[in-house]
Design a protein around this ligand. Structure first.
Ligand SMILES: [Mg+2]
Length: 418
């Protein structure tokens, strides 16, 4: 039997038995995307966080779970995590972007050729100032990485030629409307083993300085990271930064909206605190330009914001090349997206506490075995691909359970391509 024919036969048998075999590098290049399924869900949440909630009083943390199946039956999982109070992508628009634009152009393509996949997605939804629909796209990108690594039988770290890395220290999020609530929220974090805290600040610098002082008093040793989510104007930011520094804050993230380029230049020049950007840094090209313009001292990384792992890896490397700080962050990522971030941050040797607050705010998961998170540390998953086993029955159950949610009304249909 000719080799090509034999390979096809072997793959067909493997798929029929439901036990895909590992492929050698040449075979991986020949693998094709056979099917893409998406599952819009809403994870139940616990605790107050200003970014939760949607139209008509809907609650929870929406996500689109993406399942990509290769022609040999191997499956990769990903997850898009739209958060409309954080940026313009919603559950509904993510479903449409993935279902009607990204999935159709990827069927029949090689799942391991990330560059080609992103080029096709660029053609399907053109970039604006930066990558189009990056949060939706990250769901596809993570699933492609999971699939490509599983085809090879490798973890992400192995696929990238790196070691898995040490457990990731987590930071506890403090988002309160009254300084009197700080003690309780800090206590809750400490009870769960957390020692590092990130605070949500802006627009009121008096409140923010008091908040920072109180958290610093209660957690004198930890990293204290203030995130304004673009909520100050320049004048206020220039006043707030030294006051936050005096109150014990270590880094200030996103003091201004990302289009305030001259404002970022001014606040970085002021030098009261290291200035990190988050919102607005989407593609590696954005980051290169913002560095050239002297707008930042570092970046709060999050694969979900960047269009996925390929872009986020490149951005970590750009930061390292320029001697800039990078911190690990997230979008209150549920299990699948969280696993991707942990694999990435572990492989790149993140030592500083990461603002991955999914474990703080989310009450459920869709995994056979939950991620190992204890005492404020998250183990980096080390198995093939994402190192997690997604339980499809749990995914379907969560989707059905979420179906009463208003957000899901336009997205209830289980969607399949290929
Ligand atoms: Mg942020």
């Amino acid at each position: 039997m000719k080799r090509r024919k034999f390979m096809g036969y072997a793959m067909a048998v493997g798929a029929a038995l439901g036990i895909p075999r590992l492929l050698n590098p040449k075979e991986v290049q020949k693998a094709k995307i056979d099917r893409i399924d998406i599952f819009p869900v809403v994870y139940p949440t616990e605790g107050y966080f200003k970014f939760f909630g949607g139209p008509g009083g809907s609650a929870g943390r929406a996500a689109v779970i993406v399942k990509i199946t290769a022609d040999d039956g191997t499956v990769g999982w990903g997850q898009a995590v739209p958060l409309p109070k954080w940026s313009y992508e919603t559950l509904e628009t993510s479903v449409i972007a993935i279902r009607d634009y990204y999935a159709p152009v990827l069927i029949g393509r090689n799942p391991a050729d990330f560059e080609a996949a992103h080029a096709e997605m660029d053609k399907a939804i053109a970039p604006g100032f930066s990558t189009g629909m990056p949060i939706s796209r990250a769901g596809i990108d993570i699933a492609l990485h999971d699939l490509a690594a599983r085809l090879r039988g490798q973890s992400f770290a192995q696929m990238w030629g790196k070691s898995a890395g040490a457990p990731i220290t987590l930071s506890w999020t403090i988002n309160v409307a009254d300084i009197g609530e700080v003690g309780g929220v800090v206590d809750e974090g400490k009870k769960r083993g957390y020692r590092h805290f990130n605070i949500k600040v802006a627009p009121d610098p008096d409140f923010d300085a008091a908040l920072a002082r109180e958290v610093r008093r209660l957690a004198p040793e930890g990293l204290l990271w203030a995130d304004a989510n673009g909520g100050y104007d320049l004048e206020t930011a220039l006043k707030a930064a030294p006051r936050l520094a005096d109150a014990g804050v270590d880094v200030l993230e996103s003091p201004l909206r990302p289009n305030r380029i001259s404002g970022y230049q001014a606040i970085k020049k002021q030098g009261a605190l290291p200035i990190l950007m988050d919102e607005g840094v989407v593609s590696p090209a954005d980051l290169e330009e913002f560095i050239k313009l002297g707008m930042l001292d570092g970046v709060a990384m999050k694969p979900a914001r960047c269009g996925g792992l390929a872009s986020c890896r490149r951005q970590i490397e750009i930061c390292l090349d320029h001697g800039l700080m990078w911190l690990g962050s997230g979008l209150t990522d549920p299990d699948i997206s969280l696993a991707a971030s942990l694999c990435l941050y572990g492989a790149y040797g993140l030592k500083k506490p990461a603002a991955l607050n999914g474990p703080q705010f989310l009450a459920t998961d869709v995994l056979n075995k939950p991620l190992h998170i204890e005492n404020g540390f998250a183990q980096v998953p080390t198995g093939p691909g994402l190192g997690i086993e997604v339980d499809e029955a749990k995914v379907v159950e969560l989707m059905k359970r979420s179906a009463g949610d208003r957000l899901l009304r336009s997205c209830q249909q289980f969607s399949r391509f290929g």
